[in-house]
Write a protein that binds this ligand. Structure first.
Ligand SMILES: *[C@@H]1O[C@H](CO)[C@@H](O)[C@H](O)[C@H]1NC(C)=O
Ligand SMILES: *[C@@H]1O[C@H](CO)[C@@H](O)[C@H](O)[C@H]1NC(C)=O
Ligand SMILES: *[C@@H]1O[C@H](CO)[C@@H](O)[C@H](O)[C@H]1NC(C)=O
Length: 188
């Protein structure tokens, strides 16, 4: 009997965990202010979520990338226009300043040891800004026109430290080296 109650208890805990995690899915996340995104995806690694509106008439994508780094270091979301993975990707980066404001900018990831200095990208990025609230960071931006259809190889990342305004090396194991995939902006 004791074993049965333990099994039932474990089952209830698992169901609650499932309900809690499904309740946090991107589709019912509400942004502060009046911002509404029609599409979103819970990304499979690094507790990250991408929200977007694809604007067919301009081939631009209004995006919000949300992530909760383990310590408030930095987050990044990137498109790799010519390949897959980190090298060659073109990134939107944000980090928390000591005074509580967020810095957001674009940079090119041209090697495994990129400068992380601000750089223009091969595609347009406008209205880039970032927010921070209770450990969660959000990068907002308008990306495009997309040159090559609506499917992109994207990559995302986070790291725990920023030194002299330069995001420092991220972890090089586990989810931090798996966080990439193909995404069609028309798929959701
Ligand atoms: C989120 O949406 C799911 C279904 O889409 C719903 O079951 C759940 O109650 C929602 N959670 C919140 C917190 O609104
Ligand atoms: C367009 O996509 C093709 C096939 O994925 C790729 O080889 C090419 O480099 C891309 N061009 C640009 C400008 O992104
Ligand atoms: C906070 O710090 C950043 C980076 O040093 C600076 O650009 C920004 O102006 C500061 N904001 C305020 C409100 O002091």
């Amino acid at each position: 009997m004791a074993t049965t109650s333990k099994t039932i208890l474990l089952f209830c805990i698992l169901i609650s965990l499932f309900l809690i995690s499904s309740a946090q899915s991107c589709s019912n996340y509400t942004f502060s202010g009046t911002k509404i995104f029609k599409s979103c995806k819970d990304l499979p690694y690094l507790q990250a979520h991408l929200h977007w509106n694809y604007i067919a008439s301009t081939r631009k994508v209004d995006i919000a990338y949300r992530a909760t780094p383990t310590s408030p270091g930095w987050i990044a979301w990137a498109i790799n226009p010519t390949g897959t993975g980190m090298v060659g990707s073109e990134a939107l980066v944000a980090f928390l300043n000591p005074n509580g404001s967020m810095t957001a900018y674009t940079t090119q990831i041209n090697s495994y040891n990129p400068s992380m200095q601000p750089r223009a990208l091969s595609f347009e990025v406008s209205n880039i800004r970032a927010e921070y609230s209770t450990n969660e960071m959000i990068i907002f931006a308008i990306v495009g026109p997309l040159k090559n259809g609506t499917t992109v190889n994207h990559v995302w990342q986070d790291g725990n430290s920023v030194s002299d305004n330069i995001p420092q090396m991220h972890s090089t194991s586990g989810p931090n080296i798996q966080s990439m995939e193909k995404l069609d902006f028309l798929s959701r």
